[in-house]
Design a protein around this ligand. Structure first.
Ligand code: ZN
Length: 406
């Protein structure tokens, strides 16, 4: 996908030469020791300079608000050390471009990823020692989770009799939006909606959601117990186009997907979720997110939402959080903390839409940190946290609003 703005590059030879570092497509920025490219799902980078053993890179905002998502491939032209330098004081970088576990790295074309650690990080730069010409290494601000990861999950579970998958709608750019159903509706079942990637960047939340879904459809006692009481619906990629195209997503203009639950939704995905609610009448809604990258307060798991919408939301979320905390291993991120507030933010978010509905029992956003220092947020650990959360859900004594008090 090429997101370069061409009009500025067509103003004649003079402006071409004046502007060339900004106008150069990334795959042609190859005068240094590496070539840089981001033409793959989830790819995102702006290269402003690529000289010798130093590459100046930044998140490509594509006309949207400053944020920190980037993901690119470097192909060595020669062996040796290369510095990747992010801007330090550009607007939007107050949130940082490299998290507390360093960049994420893949040595197998994006098949598997690890956090690289911080040994190679200095300020807003990191370096990598390329072993040989043609070595290809992918780097990203977070461990990616795009369509191919979801497809692998669905393929692994293709024979699971408790899982059904549907196309809920089409995105603006014509992609299918997955809707997963686990369990069957019935007179004793309550409908429960889980969502992720209202903000495309927030990949770590997807690994936790995967673990939650896996346990919900499993034949373990927890899975069976869950399906006796709930029918679960999941929309794993609310901003489907943003996920695949590698957009920032957060604070997208004129508003992002999680501010689209007002009267006139502008995104087909959000409209389709509202329509689905009319059919299923969700009483529970849990929306998985990740917070900012390096803010101190955001290095823990935490719940946000309205304290008394639904009536016992705070009590319900607090009990749920307590069970999660009990089940998490010691190296998990701290929390989850319960930061539900009195109704102070009227913006039409998912948690507000489902929290203020008649008949709702619990509605909240769960924030999972990207890479808190010293805590595990690799895919395997995050899937395990999701499994712990499903078990915690079973243990929670959800209290429904008194009739007439909804
Ligand atoms: Zn978010």
């Amino acid at each position: 996908m090429n997101h370069w703005d061409t009009p500025a590059c067509t103003g004649g030879m003079l402006s071409f030469f004046l502007l060339w570092p900004l106008c150069l497509p990334v795959d042609a920025a190859d005068v240094g020791a590496v070539k840089i490219q981001a033409e793959f799902p989830g790819g995102n980078v702006l290269v402003s300079e690529n000289q010798g053993h130093s590459v100046h890179v930044a998140p490509d905002l594509r006309g949207d608000s400053p944020w920190f998502y980037w993901c690119f491939e470097a192909i060595a032209i020669q062996a040796g050390r290369v510095d990747f330098v992010f801007p330090e004081k550009v607007a939007g970088f107050k949130n940082g471009a490299i998290g507390f576990q360093g960049p994420a790295i893949s040595l197998d074309d994006g098949e598997t990823w690890n956090w690289m650690g911080t040994d190679n990080v200095e300020g807003s730069s990191f370096h990598y020692d390329f072993a040989a010409p043609d070595q290809r290494v992918r780097f990203a601000v977070t461990i990616p989770y795009v369509q191919k990861e979801l497809d692998a999950f669905l393929t692994n579970n293709a024979n699971n009799q408790h899982l059904r998958d549907f196309v809920l709608t089409k995105s603006r750019n014509g992609r299918n939006l997955e809707l997963l159903q686990i369990g069957r509706p019935g007179p004793d079942k309550k409908a429960f909606l889980v969502t992720a990637r209202h903000h495309a960047t927030e990949t770590i939340a997807s690994y936790v959601l995967e673990g939650f879904l896996q346990e919900a459809m499993s034949d373990t006692p927890a899975g069976e117990e869950f399906r006796k009481r709930y029918v679960l619906f999941a929309v794993p990629f609310v901003d489907k186009d943003g996920v695949e195209e590698g957009d920032q997503g957060k604070n997208r203009k004129p508003h992002d997907h999680n501010r689209d639950y007002g009267e006139n939704s502008i995104y087909p995905e959000v409209q389709a979720i509202k329509d689905l609610d009319k059919m299923q009448n969700f009483q529970f809604a849990l929306d998985f997110h990740c917070p900012t990258l390096v803010m101190q307060d955001h290095q823990v798991m935490y719940f946000v939402g309205a304290k008394i919408h639904p009536q016992y939301n705070f009590e319900n979320v607090s009990e749920f959080a307590g069970w999660i905390k009990k089940g998490l291993p010691p190296n998990a991120p701290h929390g989850p903390l319960v930061w539900l507030r009195d109704e102070s933010d009227p913006s039409p978010k998912n948690s507000r839409y489902f929290g203020f509905k008649d008949g709702a029992i619990m509605a909240a956003t769960l924030e999972i940190p990207f890479a808190p220092p010293g805590r595990a947020t690799d895919p395997t650990s995050c899937r395990n946290y999701g499994k712990v959360m499903l078990q915690a859900w079973n243990n929670t004594h959800f209290r429904a609003p008194a009739i007439g008090q909804e």
